[in-house]
Design a binder for this molecule. Structure first.
Ligand code: IMP
Ligand code: MG
Length: 180
């Protein structure tokens, strides 16, 4: 699979170190609280599993799968394909995302979840790609800021492949030009 990468952007060791620092920050910021960490499926799964182990708090976990309705982004509609099990009213919620590119889906999801009156709602992302932004959404916590380019590995996919790579790399252009 590594042959399909143009280069490695973040190694397993760099990811681990960054996630440890983020875990410490969240532990400090949420001291005395019992936050609910919500993993966005499927890309954030690897990050989520590692992040929760770096947070020293009595937290709870949940999972959500959402996408934007194609062609109707301007209407702000989000399609929740799998909702959280928990009632988030009054909870300190942290949405854990793999990458924020345009920010459109997450912005719509945030609006939807705020209607349920959580005590607080913050966005945590492993990767922030500010060059792609097409919405007002900004993460409250971002582990790494990366340049434009399509990245895969550590949960992130291209056509469902590469999620199991331990590192994150930039996918070689010929891979997606060949398939499209
Ligand atoms: P958005 O453009 O911020 O709404 O991103 C929505 C989703 O697209 C992310 O949660 C990822 O699952 C996916 N995505 C965006 N950029 C990349 C990338 O570079 N590699 C893999 N998936 C991506
Ligand atoms: Mg995602």
């Amino acid at each position: 699979m590594y042959a399909d990468l143009e280069c490695i952007l973040l190694t397993e060791e760099e990811l681990k170190a960054g996630i440890r620092r983020l875990g410490e920050t969240i532990t400090r910021d949420y001291a005395g609280k019992e936050p609910l960490l919500v993993c966005t499926l499927k890309g954030a799964v690897n990050f989520f599993a590692d992040l929760i182990r770096e947070i020293d708090l009595p937290l709870a976990v949940d999972f959500i799968a959402a996408s934007s309705y194609k062609g109707t982004e301007s209407t702000g509609k989000v399609n929740i394909r799998k909702d959280v099990d928990a009632d988030i009213a009054g909870r300190d919620v942290l949405i854990v995302e793999d990458i924020i590119d345009t920010g459109i889906t997450l912005n719509n999801l945030k609006t939807e979840l705020l209607k349920r009156k959580p005590a607080s709602l913050k966005i945590v992302t492993l990767l922030d790609k500010p060059g792609g932004r097409q919405s007002d959404l900004e993460p409250d916590y971002a582990c790494f800021t990366i340049p434009d380019g399509f990245v895969v590995g550590y949960g992130l996919d291209y056509n469902e492949k590469y999620r199991n790579l331990p590192d994150i790399g930039i996918l070689a252009r010929h891979i997606y030009e060949k398939e499209n």
